[in-house]
Design a protein around this ligand. Structure first.
Ligand code: KG4
Ligand code: ZN
Length: 343
């Protein structure tokens, strides 16, 4: 089965063609980062308008690059939610309409299921069951995964998501959006001068809280601020280092607990924050000591992309799941409410 996938839930337009026999054949990604840069975050209306401009030409290109005619496409997958309503509407309208015009089934994919299954696009894919750490701009969740659609929530953030914390700390340090990669870059010049707290690690459980870390960062910046309101360059780098170290360490502590609690020997990590090099290296090290195999997607498939939507959609279409002709989106949609795939 050959599936066209469309991702448009936030500020990236992603399209891909995935074939259940040949694998991922072509994919393209367009990031709106520059469009939103002056605003310090994503402006939903601008995001929707840009998805409208980009999606069809990108589909045309991905079809061409995959050597596919519309007649070769057996199904269309698009992100149904969660995300920005206007942005989701673009992918949903285009995806549903193309499927109708081509006379093939359409399926609406859960954005986080896309992230969760993205490690399966890689050469050495994980097999079920495994623990999943989902860390993006909107979610920080630990799941037990027994199969596609068989998700048990083990813990989640009670306030800010890990990516959101990176973005907010970056803003305090006068860095551009999205903050994660910027903090990581600044932190690479930092030293172990400050030690930030590891929130909620002193009590049992697998939930997270990152909002206190934000306040701690703000206070540390204020304590060392010069006349322009910001600390000197090295202090800024030291703060970025301490912040990243605290988030990474907190995630590691909870991942260790999750594998101990479940007894599972595989852990996958996905979502934008999983592109973080320090997190990847440290998680690999900690889990190797416990005999747990770690899987994550290549960095370009950690952040939003069309390949993960085409792949997840293909699995659900193969199982016979399809959308009706009404065009809809789901701004909020718990991952645990998805139906399990048979087999
Ligand atoms: O998965 P994603 O592209 O979009 C959502 O579904 O939210 O994740 C975006 C988030 C942003 O908050 C961004 O700052 C963060 O992922 N991020 C990173 C890195 N790359 C992206 N955080 C830390 N380190 C990175 N290298
Ligand atoms: Zn995402």
């Amino acid at each position: 089965m050959r599936v066209l996938g469309i991702e448009s839930s936030c500020d990236e337009t992603g399209v891909a063609v995935y074939d259940s026999d040949a694998g991922l054949i072509a994919h393209h990604l367009y990031s709106q980062v520059k469009l939103h840069a002056d605003y310090g975050g994503v402006v939903p209306e601008l995001a929707s308008r840009d998805h409208i401009r980009k999606t069809l030409p990108m589909i045309q290109r991905v079809l061409r690059d995959s050597g596919s005619e519309p007649a070769d496409i057996d199904g269309v997958a698009f992100t149904l939610g969660p995300g920005l309503v206007g942005a989701l509407m673009v992918g949903s309208c285009i995806g549903r309409s193309l499927a109708y015009a081509w006379g093939v089934p359409a399926v609406g994919v859960h954005h986080m299921e896309g992230h969760l299954l993205a490690p399966m696009l890689e050469e050495n894919p994980p097999s079920f069951p495994f623990v999943a750490l989902l860390v993006s701009g909107g979610h920080t969740q630990l799941m037990r995964v027994d199969g596609i659609g068989q998700y048990e929530l083990l813990g989640e953030s009670l306030d800010d998501a890990a990516g959101e914390a990176f973005d907010k700390a970056a803003k305090m340090l006068d860095l551009d959006y999205p903050g994660g990669p910027q903090i990581a870059k600044l932190a690479s010049r930092g030293t172990e001068r400050f030690k930030f707290p590891r929130p909620m690690t002193d009590r049992p459980g697998l939930d997270f809280s990152f909002s206190g870390l934000k306040t701690y960062t703000l206070n540390t910046i204020a304590e060392h601020a010069g006349p322009d309101g910001l600390p000197d360059d090295q202090t800024m780098a030291d703060i970025a280092y301490a912040f990243q170290d605290a988030v990474v360490d907190t995630l590691l502590i909870k991942c260790r607990r999750a594998v101990e609690q479940t007894g599972l020997k595989a852990l996958i990590m996905a979502g934008g924050v999983s592109a973080n090099q320090s997190l990847r290296e440290k998680l690999q090290k900690v889990m190797a000591k416990k005999g747990v195999q770690v899987y994550y997607p290549r960095p370009e498939f950690c952040v939003d992309n069309g390949a993960m939507i085409a792949f997840a959609g293909c699995q659900r279409l193969l199982a016979g799941q399809t959308e009706d002709l009404g065009i809809s989106v789901k701004a909020r949609w718990p991952l645990t409410s998805l139906p399990a795939l048979a087999g």
